[in-house]
Design a binder for this molecule. Structure first.
Ligand code: NAG
Ligand code: NAG
Ligand code: NAG
Ligand code: NAG
Ligand code: NAG
Ligand code: NAG
Ligand code: NAG
Ligand code: NAG
Length: 831
């Protein structure tokens, strides 16, 4: 089927997938809500991610639910882009066995990944397998055979049914206008499965007598038997059956989702869909000798988060702990049990770490690779980073995972030299450490890039500061504005507050930043007097202050005066937010766009897809790329793609770090009885960086077999400088890798390499491995990367169906069988 954003009557893969996910998720929520003894209210049709999330009693999850649906849809339509000519991915050319294998092995991988809570990997595989599953109904003659229900054998062991021999004719010629009866009668009568042949290249000859796929791209349909049988759209050769095939594809997709639900359980299924749990909570803690106060603060904060969030929508979906010391870091502890997490934190002790700095970035890197995307990560340390050469790699990970990293730093800023001491017991030394200016910048750059904060406080204020920062990480938080100035520079900032925004809070980090606030009605208040009319409460701790504002709709201004570096964030709680992804022009024959999974190309034109969440009536009017350090803006031209999606085109991407700013109009009826239209603005929290380097790789199978080397070809293209590019491949499972350490490139040229990755024999089936291949220009001035997710699967060698034979059955069931006594005996065998 064809990727089109806007459709008439035809249903495309995105719509089929979305409908099935919404319906199945609603069923699971009904069971969950009713099991809890609560009343379940079915939303009105058509269902949306927001209305389903609300019915699930998880309104705050609508962003992560929408994000999940969009990700699964993107992976689904990606098959048309990357595997356009791979017949089995589309059940073309009668490739039934190989097509079915893609579905069943994909389904095993999804289930295995769910067991290990590797939901992102599960979503990716799910999206891909759904494409083939859905294509079965529009590319085969299943519907023409008169079937009215999906072919359950696509997801179960056993044969799909009778399939046409290679030598058996299946179609007769028809002319383009009337191809409704071109499948041979005996094929339909004997219920023999066939699919259309498809080939782009003229001159390709299909086997004699076979049906063609048909449509504009297919060259086989012009040789006898002419015509086609696909039902991709209403105007396809068998378009009169499009609606039947599409509905069957929805039903089949729901069966797959039900199958996954049965294997995973309802709670896990909802987590897979991004519903009902908050972000993962991840603590990365320096455990060297001087950290005992910090660890004590972390214990208290952990207990408080667990006590206040368990059982709520903000309950962390997972808890992750990574200790680091010197020279060690890790291991990573990951649990969903809050009590187990408390025990892990309680067992931390502060020892060792003779000479600071410590391995903070190594610890953070482990946390970023082990935590699910979009986690909240808190790094506690009082020392500089010994391993700051990892900055580039960690920035890459921050961009890819969209996790937010907050640094809670309790070491003084300066160059204090550590006193030489004979005392080897560090715990008794307790001398304050110092952070170098360079490390302080590394920490604040990382925090800024991720949308987090770098807080420096004394050990005695740490608990209060950590409490504020963790409380502000609720899933309903949206960002209205963020900016940074380094070096410091006085500047004026404006932001629009809309009706939906509650609990408006300003966060400022930086020493002695003075400000003047001006409300939409023109009232002003300065930092000299925090008790005025605009600020309802404020707190100042170390380099960090928060101001809670009285909510007033309209355009606010804040004038900041400082010569020191500072960051400014304006946050609130709201249901209106957005998702955005850069797109790249697809190299496949279908054209169109694909989601870009690495850094966009510096200086080039670009397209950004923006999806509005939480406001069915919200429209995007302007999209800007805003350079964080200067607030310089690039204005995009916006066009609507329908269904809350917009496309913004930019002539040229700014160089340096930037964020996305979206402005729009929303019709809100929640607070007032009148439906007033208000302007809103939102910013992305994660920063984006453009690059003149492109790294690409094809993970054709995405599957590793334990003990067997797997080769991933990749290619590096430089549009900037030439020279010897440094190659770095890493994976999060510690699997053996080999790759070229450098690749020679001349400006504007491409070079190829191969990564050899081997999962050790004995690796569990379903283990998900993230492979990142990075290429850095000479001098490390620019770089880019590609991220691949591979799944370890032990090949299935047992193809015999298990047998189940009824030996005896006794029951006295006459009227109500469910209240009767049954006795039966069966024999289950598996060769
Ligand atoms: C901020 O606004 C004030 C008042 O309009 C103005 O005097 C000042 O120059 C502005 N500062 C900057 C950096 O634009
Ligand atoms: C938001 O504000 C309401 C009252 O306006 C308050 O009850 C609630 O605790 C606040 N939420 C947060 C996270 O501060
Ligand atoms: C860049 O501009 C060209 C020409 O207008 C267009 O075809 C292409 O789609 C644009 N690329 C992106 C990524 O938007
Ligand atoms: C951005 O571009 C749009 C047209 O695409 C225009 O309406 C709008 O005024 C521009 N905004 C700014 C701030 O230049
Ligand atoms: C290379 O960069 C220049 C500007 O820096 C740009 O005009 C050109 O389109 C780029 N080429 C590619 C292939 O990205
Ligand atoms: C690199 O690989 C691509 C295909 O992936 C191929 O088209 C290209 O010719 C190769 N380039 C070199 C320099 O080997
Ligand atoms: C790939 O890696 C494996 C395991 O390290 C090694 O045994 C094998 O020789 C490598 N193959 C190539 C072609 O480098
Ligand atoms: C069916 O058999 C069970 C157990 O033998 C008995 O308790 C029950 O009353 C019987 N029901 C009927 C309708 O005979």
């Amino acid at each position: 089927m064809v990727l089109i954003f806007l459709t008439g009557i035809s249903l495309n893969h995105q719509e089929i997938t979305e409908r099935a996910i919404l319906e199945t998720t609603l069923e699971v929520c009904r069971a969950t809500v009713q099991a809890a003894g609560e009343k379940f209210t079915l939303p009105t049709r058509p269902y949306t991610a927001e209305s389903v999330a609300r019915a699930c009693d998880a309104a705050k999850s609508s962003k992560s639910f929408s994000q999940t649906i969009e990700y699964i849809q993107d992976k689904n339509v990606g098959i048309d882009k990357r595997y356009f000519l791979s017949a089995r991915h589309h059940f073309d050319n009668e490739e039934f066995t190989k097509g079915k294998k893609l579905i069943t092995s994909g389904l095993s991988a999804v289930k295995a990944n769910n067991k290990r809570q590797n939901f992102q990997a599960a979503r990716k595989t799910l999206g891909r397998l759904l494409h083939s599953l859905q294509d079965f109904y529009s590319h085969s003659n299943w519907v023409e055979m008169g079937e009215t229900a999906p072919n359950t054998k696509l997801i179960k062991p056993g044969s799909l049914g009778k399939t046409a021999a290679k030598s058996r004719a299946t179609c007769r010629s028809c002319n383009g206008d009337d191809c409704t009866n071109n499948i041979l009668e005996d094929i339909l009568r004997d219920k023999i499965l066939t699919t259309g042949y498809f080939e782009l290249v003229p001159g390709f000859s299909k086997p004699d007598g076979k049906c063609s796929h048909g449509g504009g791209f297919d060259r086989t349909s012009s040789t006898d038997p002419k015509g086609g049988i696909n039902k991709d759209k209403t105007d396809s050769e068998h378009g009169h059956l499009h609606v039947k095939a599409a509905n069957m594809a929805i039903a089949a997709t729901r069966q797959v989702l039900e199958d996954i639900r049965r294997a995973a359980g309802d709670a896990t299924f909802l987590q897979l869909m991004g519903i009902n749990k908050g972000k993962a909570l991840c603590f990365c803690i320096d455990t060297t000798g001087s950290m005992s106060d910090d660890i004590a603060a972390v214990r208290i904060v952990t207990s408080s988060i667990i006590n206040s969030r368990v059982g709520t929508e903000d309950e962390p979906s997972a808890y992750i702990l990574v200790p680091f010391n010197d020279p060690d870091f890790g291991p990573l502890t990951r649990t969903t049990d809050p009590e187990a997490f408390k025990r892990a934190i309680n067992s931390l002790t502060a020892t060792g770490g003779g000479d600071f700095p410590e391995m903070s970035l190594s610890g953070l890197r482990l946390a970023l690779t082990g935590a699910p995307p979009g986690s909240d990560i808190f790094v506690f340390t009082d020392a500089s980073a010994k391993d700051d050469y990892l900055l580039g790699a960690v920035l890459t990970l921050v961009e890819r995972t969209k996790s937010v990293v907050n640094f809670m730093i309790t070491g003084g800023l300066g160059f204090r030299r550590r006193r030489e001491s004979n005392n080897t017991n560090d715990q008794q030394q307790q001398q304050p450490k110092a952070i170098t200016k360079a490390s302080s910048k590394v920490y604040s750059d990382l925090a800024q890039a991720s949308g987090g904060l770098a807080i420096q406080t004394t050990k005695s204020q740490l608990l209060a500061a950590t409490t504020i920062v963790t409380e502000s990480s609720s899933s309903a938080q949206v960002l209205l504005l963020q900016a940074a100035r380094s070096p410091g520079k006085s500047d004026n900032f404006t932001f629009t507050v809309d009706e939906s925004v509650k609990n408006l809070t300003i966060f400022i980090t930086g020493r002695s930043a003075a400000f003047t606030l001006i409300s939409p009605s023109g009232v002003s208040q300065t930092s000299a007097d925090l008790t005025g009319p605009l600020i309802s409460s404020s707190q100042s701790l170390g380099n960090f202050q928060t101001l809670e504002l009285t909510t007033q709709v309209g355009l606010w201004e804040i004038r900041l005066v400082s010569t020191n570096p500072y960051t400014l964030k304006v946050k609130g709680e709201s249901s209106i937010d957005f998702l955005s992804d850069f797109l790249e022009v697809s190299e496949g024959p279908l054209g169109g766009f694909e989601v870009l999974e690495n850094r966009p190309r510096a200086g080039a034109n670009a397209s950004l897809r923006v999806t509005v969440i939480g406001g069915v009536s919200a429209i995007v009017t302007e999209v800007f790329l805003v350079v964080s350090l200067t607030s310089e803006r690039v204005n995009g031209s916006v066009e609507s793609l329908g269904k809350g999606k917009f496309l913004a085109r930019f002539d040229s991407i700014p160089s340096g770090e930037f964020v996305v700013l979206v402005k729009g109009q929303s019709t809100e009826s929640s607070t007032t009885s009148s439906r007033a239209t208000t302007s809103f603005q939102r910013q992305s929290s994660n920063s984006i960086r453009a690059s003149a380097v492109t790294v690409s790789a094809d993970d054709l199978e995405g599957v590793l077999e334990p003990g067997v080397p797997h080769f991933v070809p990749f290619s590096v293209l430089s549009n900037g400088s030439g020279g010897s590019f440094t190659i770095q491949a890493t994976n999060d499972q510690g699997f053996t890798l080999s790759f070229p350490s450098t690749l020679p490139l001349t400006a504007g040229s491409r070079a190829n390499g191969t990564v050899n990755i081997t999962a050790p024999a004995g690796t569990a089936s379903g283990t998900d491995v993230t492979l990142t291949i990075e290429a850095n220009a000479p001098g490390g001035t620019d770089g880019n990367y590609v991220v691949l997710r591979l799944t370890v699967l032990i090949p299935v060698t047992d193809f015999t169906e298990p047998g189940c034979q009824l030996l005896s059955l006794q029951s006295n069931c006459s009227a109500d069988c469910s209240a009767s006594m049954w006795e039966l005996s069966v024999e289950v065998t598996d060769g």
